[in-house]
Design a protein around this ligand. Structure first.
Ligand code: PLP
Length: 405
């Protein structure tokens, strides 16, 4: 489905691309929009009073509007970042003492399945502020352990809950609505920070309905360019967030002794932004909206079912992730007994099957839950089909024959 929209895939018809969790391929409309911008519309934004610059500003702001409506936000709550990593650092270092009190019994709570981008910034802020760090456990069937979350929340003064919407290693999707409503009742002082890097391209997200405090995602995981991402935040929080990047474009006044900040969203977008990237991301979101995120979700559920049926009937195949379609996305980590993950990935590459092997930036999860140093990960998007899954399992059979000879 939709393969013909993606030039890289039509230029490499032999390629079975199963690494969309790392980055998605880009549709023609996104590539063309970026090319068109540089060839016809390039100027800096928010600066010039000439037409070209005003037009570039309009395009940049239209893109913000498109992205805002995709997640049911207001445009001023949408901050352009370089990706989830930057968004999480902006929050972890920008929240002041009123949110995380130095040398107190405050706890910054993460989960054991967090990507390093939503873990290391909180860990480092915790160390710097001399507060406690906590990690919600993962169950044996690879889901967030809600019982453990409840225990921690009862026992600790949790100030931050930083959690992923969908795990980039396990594929598990957490029921944010249920978790957030539990937290509001039982831990009203907690800010909920969600890493939407994986979820954004696979399921509908409504930040108002979820009542989330911050939601971050990266453009390149949803058919957009690299180097551009989004941080959504509630107004009162973005207002109070200290801007960790200061300089041009984000100020109202500058005196020798002090400066004041521009209103949102400019306060949190210092310097010349990634204008072409923002426009490209806007096009990527339009493209996704045009297909329909629910349609994407439903289609991927079919792929998940097909993958799991195949996995269950394949010898020596160990899946690290939910073994059913319920609350999971099309990201599959696995090992094949007797073949190291890197060897398997290399043998699959011989058959033009692109998968990732390693710890997937989730070292805590690998050590604590999976107890393996590396897995192979195959991840799917709208341009994949059941034939790609067949090719993967044929590739695995091939690897087994290589290792048995
Ligand atoms: N969080 C998750 C769940 C991810 O999968 C990724 C990327 O792999 C990130 C965060 C980091 O995204 P970026 O490198 O675009 O900042």
């Amino acid at each position: 489905m939709y393969k013909s929209d993606f030039p890289l895939l039509t230029n490499h018809p032999e390629l079975v691309y199963l690494d969309s969790a790392a980055t998605t391929q880009k549709p023609n409309v996104v590539i063309e929009a970026i090319k068109h911008f540089y060839e016809n519309e390039n100027a800096n934004v928010h600066r010039g009073i000439y037409k070209l610059s005003e037009n570039a500003t309009d395009l940049y702001e239209q893109s913000r509007n498109t992205i805002a409506s995709f997640i049911n936000s207001k445009p001023e709550n949408i901050i352009f970042t370089s990706g989830v990593t930057e968004g999480m650092n902006m929050i972890a270092w920008g929240l002041g003492e009123e949110f995380i009190e130095t040398n107190s019994d405050d706890m910054l709570l993460m989960t054991s399945m967090e990507h390093h981008s939503n873990l290391v910034p909180w860990q480092q802020r915790g160390i710097r502020s001399d507060v406690k760090l906590g990690y919600v456990k993962v169950t044996k069937d690879y889901r967030l352990n809600l019982k453990h979350l409840h225990e921690v929340v009862k026992a600790q003064n949790v100030k931050i809950l930083a959690l992923t919407h969908m795990s980039n290693t396990l594929g598990s999707i957490s029921d944010l609505k249920q978790i957030i409503s539990f937290m509001r009742k039982n831990s009203p002082q907690t800010l909920i920070v969600v890493d939407g890097a994986q979820a954004i391209a696979h399921l509908p997200v409504d930040v108002v309905d979820l009542d989330v405090d911050f939601y971050a995602f990266s453009g390149h995981k949803i058919f957009g360019p690299t180097g551009i991402g989004i941080l959504y935040g509630k107004s009162y929080l973005l207002d109070r967030l200290y801007p960790i990047h200061t300089g041009g474009g984000m100020i109202r006044t500058v005196e020798k002794a002090e400066s004041t900040w521009a209103p949102l969203p400019d306060k949190l977008e210092a310097g010349t932004p990634n204008i072409a990237g923002a426009i490209g991301l806007g096009k990527a979101i339009e493209y996704t909206k045009h297909i329909g995120i629910q349609k994407i979700f439903d289609y991927e559920q079919e792929l998940i079912e097909y993958f799991i049926t195949k996995a269950n009937s394949t010898d020596r195949f160990n899946l690290f992730g939910p073994n059913n379609t319920k609350d999971r996305g099309a990201v599959f980590s696995f090992e094949v007994d007797g073949i190291h993950a890197h060897d398997l990935a290399q043998l699959l590459d011989e058959k033009n099957i692109a998968v990732r092997a390693g710890h997937h930036c989730t070292q805590i999860l690998m050590k604590e839950v999976l107890q393996v140093p590396a897995t192979v990960r195959a991840s799917f998007s709208i341009y994949n089909d059941k034939h790609d899954i067949d090719m993967l399992f044929e590739g695995i059979d091939y690897a087994k024959t290589v290792f048995s000879s």
